[in-house]
Design a protein around this ligand. Structure first.
Ligand SMILES: [Zn+2]
Length: 165
């Protein structure tokens, strides 16, 4: 069996530069079964899409009512640096983003109070070093959502959808 994977995807919204970071789980699937792997990927993609469109409708459009184009600018499928990205979503904070040897959109992500602290944590994580992270890291101010926060987790609760940004 392939293990379950946690996937982080960062979207940048043109033309204003809003940024949304989504965390979803990809269920375990047999590595020998391409159909099962594809189905697990589809589930993670669908969860990402659901959170993204829900956020656009409930948070982005009310505050900034003109058309936006989302772009996937970063993705990570490993354990990030810092505590924040393991915790609940519906929060805003700064995230360090470093490119890797695998090129766009693959990155190493994490929260830390300084870039030096971020790199120190990366140095201590062999799985992250194996991705070939590249300095400098960029600080991005993101809205963070997880598959435990969105409409899939709480139903289409009108109060949750209308909550403060
Ligand atoms: Zn905008």
């Amino acid at each position: 069996m392939g293990s379950p994977i946690t996937i982080f995807r960062l979207f940048d919204y043109r033309p204003c530069g809003h940024e949304l970071l989504v965390r979803v789980g990809r269920p375990a699937a047999s590595n020998a079964d391409q159909g099962a792997l594809d189905a697990a990927d589809d589930l993670a993609d669908a969860a990402t899409e659901r959170l993204r469109t829900w956020w656009e409708r409930s948070r982005l459009q009310p505050g900034c009512p003109h058309p936006h184009t989302p772009h996937l600018v970063a993705e990570m499928q490993d354990e990030p640096v810092g505590e924040d990205l393991y915790g609940p979503g519906r929060r805003q904070f700064g995230v360090w983003v470093a490119g890797t040897k695998y090129g766009t959109p693959w990155v190493v992500l994490g929260t830390a109070s300084t870039e030096a602290e971020f790199w120190q944590e990366v140095q201590d994580a062999p799985a992250l070093l194996s991705l070939g992270p590249r300095a400098p890291a960029q600080l991005r101010h993101v809205y963070f959502l997880t598959d435990e926060d969105g409409p899939s987790a709480r139903g289409l609760d009108p109060e949750a959808a209308a909550g403060p940004a």
